[in-house]
Design a protein around this ligand. Structure first.
Ligand SMILES: N[C@@H](CCC(=O)N[C@@H](CS)C(=O)NCC(=O)O)C(=O)O
Length: 218
């Protein structure tokens, strides 16, 4: 398979970059990373050439350009069917797509109030009620998956696209000291031990400081 290019931004702050990167790792895709700094005007001009939406991640592979995270997951699942990005069972696959879609289009309050920041830790953080409703729904989604498919990942023994979609939520729960039940806490530990995840987190922690204060969705 030809080598791919994945355009991403900060490993500390960019949750969508993390999702796309995990999906490419999961698919065993060989890829070069291109990192762009989203607050640098020159880099933004360059990004337009790489990603028509101005957004990251954007995957370029074998004549295909994919600039949306969910589409990247579907593309990689199709390019590497043996990698198991989607469950093999039809109903489980539909369930997986539904919770990936829910993450992609929802949880705006959580994303705004608890931005991803892997270097930070806020013990005792006071979660706003609007974000708490999102947290409760995510814990219910995880609980149903873990009970149905037996864990330790959302769809059983191996990670899928869904674990990549929810991985930045795991980091937010840990950064903002979110209160979790036992099964969700165990799931968070599983994700943080996933080798691809430990690689990303180590790179994020080594990243030079970029933004002093983050008060926007990113
Ligand atoms: N729906 C898009 C969301 C991508 C997105 O919002 N990416 C953020 C970074 S995490 C971005 O590129 N923001 C542009 C900016 O901050 O200027 C996807 O699924 O890929």
């Amino acid at each position: 398979m030809p080598k791919a290019t994945l355009t991403i931004s900060s490993k500390n702050y960019s949750s969508w970059s993390l999702r796309g990167w995990l999906m490419c790792k999961l698919g065993g895709l060989e890829f070069d990373e291109v990192t762009v700094s989203l607050d640098d005007p020159d880099a933004r001009a360059e990004l337009l050439l790489l990603s028509p939406s101005f957004l990251v991640p954007c995957l370029t592979h074998d004549g295909a350009k994919v600039w949306d995270t969910l589409a990247i997951g579907e593309y990689v699942a199709e390019a590497s069917p043996e990698a198991g990005l989607l469950p093999s069972d039809r109903a489980a696959r539909a369930h997986c797509r539904a919770i990936c879609g829910e993450m992609h289009s929802g949880f705006a309050n959580l994303r705004a109030a608890l931005p991803m920041n892997l270097k930070a830790h806020h013990p005792g953080f006071k979660v706003w009620a609007g974000a708490q409703a999102d947290i409760d729904r995510i814990i219910a989604i995880w609980g149903e998956c873990l009970a149905t498919y037996g864990g330790p990942y959302l769809f059983g023994q191996a990670p899928t696209m869904a674990d990549a979609m929810y991985a930045p939520v795991v980091t937010r729960f840990l950064t903002y000291d979110v209160r979790l039940n036992r099964e969700s806490a165990t799931y968070c530990r599983t994700i943080m031990k996933w080798p691809a995840m430990t690689e990303w987190v180590a790179d994020a922690k080594a990243e030079p400081a970029e933004l002093e204060e983050l008060d926007m969705e990113f």
